[in-house]
Design a protein around this ligand. Structure first.
Ligand code: HEC
Length: 117
């Protein structure tokens, strides 16, 4: 009869080890954009920057322009693809703008962005 509590303790320990293992499993759905943003950008601004009354990002194009501007400001030299990934991440998180659907829109965005600041 003294064996039962020991068994219970042992199985409880095994269970909590399993739970801990499950919790420490790295998230696999972290997007590249999220990773880039949290590594390089989040240090400076909280989410409040993206909720300001007079925010600079008013649609997909201007949001892309801001991301491009900030990665340039911080000397990161991101590729177009990386800029789009981070734009997508911020858009999903805060802005919810309509992303460009056609290639022509993307090209137009690039032109505007290149001509912007
Ligand atoms: C040196 C600090 C700093 C760093 C680093 C920084 N930001 Fe910012 N960011 C700001 C400040 C301050 C503002 C608001 C004022 C402004 O736009 O000039 C801002 C504004 C923005 C906005 C516009 C928000 C809005 O809707 O008005 C975007 C988008 C943005 N940052 C993205 C980024 C991204 C992407 C990075 C990483 C590549 C980044 N920022 C890195 C300080 C920073």
């Amino acid at each position: 009869m003294i064996r039962l509590p020991i068994l219970l303790v042992a199985s409880a320990a095994a269970l909590s080890a399993a739970v801990a293992a499950a919790q420490s499993t790295p998230k696999t759905d972290t997007s590249r954009g999220e990773l880039l943003y949290s590594t390089h950008c989040i240090g400076c601004h909280t989410s409040q920057v993206h909720w300001r009354d007079k925010r600079l990002a008013i649609d997909w194009t201007s949001l892309t322009a801001q991301v491009r501007r900030w990665q340039a400001n911080t000397g990161l030299g991101w590729s177009d693809e990386e800029i789009v990934e981070v734009t997508r991440h911020l858009n999903a998180l805060y802005y919810h703008f309509q992303p460009p659907r056609r290639e022509a829109d993307v090209r137009r965005d690039r032109t505007i962005v290149a001509g912007g600041r």
